[in-house]
Design a protein around this ligand. Structure first.
Ligand SMILES: Nc1nc2c(ncn2[C@@H]2O[C@H](COP(=O)(O)OP(=O)(O)OP(=O)(O)O)[C@@H](O)[C@H]2O)c(=O)[nH]1
Length: 362
């Protein structure tokens, strides 16, 4: 009988704690060394312009940060992609697949809008859940505008109320409401939805600076939403070079795309058990300039042996399909042919283990 694991990975590996105190102390020593060098001309920065001064801006230029929030599946990632005009944030029909804060950048003649895509806020059940909620609140306090997404095809419910109430605790940040997926409802249903959003605002003492209906899929009102967001940004120079679409490291984008591919067709608890870490990424040496090849070595972590079997599939068929789908997406994003070495590993109960969470980047 064939061993299903055979072509992919023979051994079951557990994560090791590879950050130890000694490493941290070494780092502190290095910082001391730098301090001692303060007088050295070697660190002369006089020729370097201050941050923001690299990019000149016309009068009245605006720049700032906006974050889309909302219940899982509300359409936040799809909207970010529609605004930026290129696929940079993973979208999936499974809830809560967006873990990283990935920014999309909208470049316009009059403004630069930096979109921060956060995970959904939810009642925490695990340590991971708590950390994610902290991350969300920190993001809310730092951005210029928080845009709460309410899918038009779903009734406003306790989850939305919880989120808007939590958001009300963050002072200063401007709030707007976005009614998403308007292509899925009739004008009458949309009108009711918009009134429900207004009522929720009153109930939670939230002042919506705008209430905007959009459909990212139909491309309806996406431009208007961009205009409204820009109008709410402070005046200031562009913060990123022209042409940058995201400042997330390419490793994180690749890891997201692998996770997205792995999530296709799996159910129940498994989506929450998957984490992807890109271990290595680099252009293969010795290739002709016109035929580059990007090598990516990635590990897909699950929590249990049974899940590993599901991920790998019969004779490795599922993992191969995931690898091919992910590779195609990464190639499209980065514009370089990719060789993807993908292995499935077990990190036992990683969602509940602080050491493992750190190792996996949370
Ligand atoms: N019909 C329609 N579907 C949409 C629209 N926007 C998003 N969707 C679909 O809704 C689902 C969820 O969209 P996402 O953008 O991944 O939602 P999200 O809010 O980022 O989800 P999480 O990351 O799980 O919080 C996907 O299947 C999208 O294709 C829209 O404007 N119209």
């Amino acid at each position: 009988m064939a061993d299903h694991d055979e072509p992919i990975s023979k051994d079951v590996e557990y994560l090791e704690d590879d950050v130890d105190l000694e490493d941290l102390e070494d780092l502190e020593d290095d910082e001391d060394d730098l301090d001692e060098n303060d007088d050295d001309d070697e660190f002369d920065l006089s020729g370097v312009a201050p941050a923001g001064a690299f990019y000149s801006a016309p009068e009245g230029f605006r720049s700032g940060f906006a974050s889309f929030v909302g219940r899982p599946n509300a359409g936040k990632s799809t909207l970010t992609n529609a605004l930026v005009g290129q696929k940079i944030v993973i979208t999936s029909s499974k809830p809560q697949t967006t873990r990283n804060v990935v920014r999309g950048i909208v470049h316009r003649d009059d403004a630069q809008l930096i979109l921060v895509d956060t995970p959904g806020l939810h009642r925490p059940r695990t340590l991971l859940g708590e950390r994610l909620n902290d991350l969300v609140r920190t993001t809310w306090a730092e951005v210029d505008v928080v845009a709460v997404c309410f899918p038009a095809n779903e009734k406003i419910g306790p989850g939305d109320r919880f989120l808007v109430t939590e958001l009300a605790k963050v002072r200063r940040t401007v709030r707007i409401a976005v009614a998403t997926k308007t292509d899925l409802v009739t004008p009458e249903q949309l009108a009711t939805h918009l009134m429900d959003i207004a009522a929720l605002g009153e109930e939670t003492s939230t002042e919506w600076a705008e209430i905007v209906p959009v459909s990212a899929v139909a491309g309806d009102q996406v431009g208007l939403l961009a205009d409204l967001l820009v109008a709410l940004m402070p005046e200031g120079p562009p913060l990123y070079p022209d042409g940058d679409l995201t400042d997330a490291p390419e490793e994180a984008l690749a890891a997201d795309l692998i996770r997205e591919a792995a999530l296709e067709g799996v159910r129940d608890e498994l989506p929450h058990s998957i984490a992807v870490v890109v271990e290595e990424m680099g252009l293969r040496e010795g290739r002709p300039d016109d035929k580059p090849l990007l090598d990516i070595v990635a590990n897909l972590y699950v929590e249990r042996d049974s899940q590993k079997g599901i991920m790998i599939g019969h004779k490795g068929s599922r993992l191969r399909a995931v690898g091919t789908a992910a590779r195609t997406q990464i190639e499209a994003l980065l514009g370089t042919p990719v060789y993807l070495d993908l292995q499935v590993k077990i990190a036992k109960d990683w969602q509940r283990d602080p050491r493992q969470l750190r190792k996996l980047g949370f």
